[in-house]
Design a protein around this ligand. Structure first.
Ligand SMILES: Nc1ncnc2c1ncn2[C@@H]1O[C@H](COP(=O)(O)OP(=O)(O)OP(=O)(O)O)[C@@H](O)[C@H]1O
Length: 372
């Protein structure tokens, strides 16, 4: 197993004109640093085009960075060829050799590396045992006759048989149907934990990132905005982007004006607790509130017109969705909360965030609460 250091990596594609939302050009990776401890799984999330796959390719050696370094176990491998790095890669398309049975797919590596048939045989047998129930059966079939999930299992087995020091996975289950995805992700996670393989796991699916990763790296525009456990990202986001990216339904962000300890928002005014009023600037800000961070029907509530309700399947609660001025708001309400078209809402200030009116800097983050 390897520890991995990604140090200040920059990468600009030759033919590339990556244009930011503000119209500026930027490289695909713009100074990315990230450390993975031995055996750790780090999920990488971010919207399309933010550089997730490029990061994986640079770590794999499929692309070289323009500057910065990649270290495995403290050794600089930045310009070492992929074949010599001992990485196992699993991508969205399984890329199994179609004419070979599962077993051939696993043994191919030994063939091209001039290793003995006995070794290939033994390692394949060991891997089948470690991969668990039913894997042996898959080895006797060609990829065409396997389901997507089964193909992905073989692809993972093909990586494990090589005893990689590092696993790189890029949306490995995103083209499976929902049920299979659920099963396969449980299986992948079990394997990663069992073998304690250091893993970088790219996905655009937040739930998957939470499930797979010991930690999660949130990327945007070629940069890592924050790395942490889900609870850290959720409770103490580094900026407004992470605050709204992590969590579903997302945090409501409401333009407001603070004056003399009171917060004016569309349709109402909230009273700040004294300690918070003393620590916040006056003037324009943005108040961030997660669905569970609202109090309903308090005296100084602002009116929220309820557009629709959604039952939370695993809890005795619903989400109420509506608008406060222009801001989208989701509120967690008890399941037996009366069905009304308007409710009045106030932030529970122990759970509320305050951000600058412009930019993304947080003025106030409530800290880690007992969330779940
Ligand atoms: N080979 C290439 N040549 C030129 N530009 C590229 C190349 N590969 C990626 N890019 C550009 O670099 C940026 C980052 O791409 P990358 O594939 O790393 O993003 P991503 O976060 O993995 O996106 P997605 O979630 O859509 O797969 C994108 O703007 C993309 O268009």
């Amino acid at each position: 197993m390897a520890s991995v250091e990604i140090e200040q990596v920059r990468k600009r594609y030759q033919a590339e004109r990556v244009v930011d939302s503000d119209g500026g050009e930027r490289p695909a990776l713009d100074g990315v640093s990230l450390s993975l401890a031995e055996g750790e799984t780090v999920s990488v999330v971010g919207s399309s085009g933010c550089g997730k796959s490029t990061l994986l390719k640079v770590v794999a050696g499929l692309e070289y960075p323009d500057s910065g370094r990649i270290l495995y176990n403290g050794q600089d491998v930045t310009y070492v060829r992929p074949q010599e790095r001992g990485v196992g890669m699993v991508f969205q398309d399984y890329a199994l050799y179609p004419s070979m049975k599962g077993k051939g797919n696993l043994a191919y590596y030994f063939e091209v590396h001039d290793r003995s048939e006995e070794e290939a045989e033994q390692r394949t047998r060991e891997t089948a045992e470690r991969m668990g129930i039913g894997f042996e059966q898959l080895l006797g079939r060609v990829p065409d006759t396997l389901s997507g999930g089964e193909q992905q299992r073989v692809a993972i087995g093909r990586c494990i048989v090589r005893e990689p020091q590092l696993f790189l996975m890029d949306e490995p289950i995103s083209n499976l149907d929902a049920k299979l995805r659920e099963r396969t992700r449980v299986e992948i996670r079990k394997l990663l934990r069992k073998f304690a393989i250091t893993t970088l796991y790219v996905t655009h699916d937040q739930q998957e990132a939470i499930f797979m990763g010991d930690r999660i790296a949130v990327m945007r525009g070629g940069r890592i905005e924050q790395v942490g456990t889900f609870d850290e990202l959720y409770s103490t986001p580094a900026n407004l982007f992470v605050a709204t990216f992590v969590g579903a339904p997302p945090m409501a962000v409401i333009p407001a004006t603070i004056e003399a300890g009171r917060v004016a928002v569309p349709g109402g005014t909230w009273q700040l607790p004294d300690d918070l009023a003393g620590s916040l600037p006056t003037g324009r800000v943005r108040v961030g509130v997660r669905p569970e961070g609202w109090l309903l029907d308090t005296a100084d509530g602002a009116p929220l017109r309820v557009r629709h309700r959604e039952r939370i399947p695993t809890e005795r609660a619903s989400f109420l969705y509506g608008h406060l001025g222009e801001a989208n708001v989701a509120v967690t309400a008890p399941v037996d909360y009366p069905d009304r078209s308007e409710v009045s809402i106030t932030p529970d200030w122990e759970r509320a965030y305050v951000f600058a009116a412009d930019g993304e800097e947080p003025h106030h983050v409530p800290g880690v609460l007992e969330l779940f």
